[in-house]
Design a protein around this ligand. Structure first.
Ligand SMILES: [Zn+2]
Length: 314
């Protein structure tokens, strides 16, 4: 278990390694990025580094504390999450606060890993803020959120923000090949391209467990086919089926679609003009992807998608 377990993101890894060697790791971080971008991997590494009893570079990966952290059984690493996918409540934050005042069992620090921190309402966030301001010095908090904007500015200002970035294609491909050595290289390469640098998506797809992921990819391919063939009716039917989708699902579809369009853009035989139009189509999907993060109505998003794809001549 070393920093390199996290793909890409060299700036984050260097920053944390330098902090660990120097002044020590902070007591509060926000780990932000879309689902599949590596927040959980980074949180495991960071929490292991905080309880590690071995020499630098930490996490050393070999001390008993690191082994326990890796197995998910270290008593001083505590995960806090909403019940059955529900929002985190103020009661949970208060409970965490009470727990934080009990000294660590084994390590020098006690680490709280707060999943879906963006689901805290204002009163839960204010309770969190108090804990960040007044908590015991040994307590550390890792807040995982899709975007740091989900948290109140007062909470943000008490934390260091670690924003996970998409991994570049070449590195993503190498990382996936190392993780799935049994698969043909073309398959991992294609998954690396489709995932748009969000490797968790490629892992879900290649793991075979990602039935839904595969459905989304299939739909992305069919939508890209309608762009290629100019089949407007087919496109309308496909997008009409998305009108009641959750925004998060739409966001994943868009990311798969952008990956698919980017892959087709590279097909041999595309003229310069065609490449420009495909590129414009991809770029036109970005604001739509961003809108999925706001309060846009899913029916609206589906209509917007259909209109956007219709603008692209073959
Ligand atoms: Zn260690």
């Amino acid at each position: 278990m070393e920093w390199k377990a996290l793909a890409g993101n060299p700036a984050i890894k260097e920053r944390l390694a330098a902090q660990s060697r120097g002044r020590g790791l902070s007591h509060a971080y926000i780990l932000s990025g879309p689902p599949g971008s590596g927040k959980r991997t980074l949180a495991s590494l960071l929490s292991a580094a905080m309880v590690c009893t071995g020499p630098e570079p930490r996490p050393c990966g070999t001390c008993p504390a690191c082994h326990k952290a890796e197995a998910g059984i270290h008593p001083d690493i505590i995960t806090v999450e909403g019940e059955k996918g529900k929002d985190l409540t103020v009661a949970q934050i208060r409970q965490m606060r009470a727990d934080a005042y009990i000294r660590p069992n084994e390590g020098a620090r006690k680490v709280y890993l707060i999943q879906n921190a963006g689901t805290m309402n204002a009163s839960a966030q204010n309770a969190m803020l108090k804990l960040l301001e007044e908590g015991p010095p040994y307590a550390a908090f890792l807040l995982l959120a899709e975007s740091e904007d989900e948290l109140l500015p007062t909470v943000r200002s008490r934390c260091e923000v670690l924003r996970l970035a998409p991994v570049d294609r070449r590195e993503g491909e190498a990382w996936l090949r190392a993780r799935f050595p049994q698969l043909p290289a073309e398959e991992t390469a294609a998954a690396a391209l489709r995932c748009g640098g969000i490797l968790g998506r490629a892992v879900a797809e290649l793991d075979g467990g990602g039935e839904e992921e595969r459905e989304l990819l299939d739909l992305a391919v069919r939508l890209a086919d309608t762009v290629e063939s100019g089949d407007e009716l087919g496109r309308m039917e496909l997008t009409a089926s998305m009108e009641k989708w959750e925004r998060e699902r739409m966001e994943r579809l868009l990311s798969a679609l952008i990956g698919e369009l980017a892959r087709r853009l590279e097909c041999p035989g595309r003229s310069e003009g065609q490449r420009r139009r495909w590129m414009a189509c991809i770029q036109g999907l970005r604001p739509l992807q961003a809108a999925c993060g706001f309060n846009a109505a899913p029916g609206h998003l589906a209509g917007w998608l259909c209109a956007q794809l219709s603008q692209t001549p073959q």
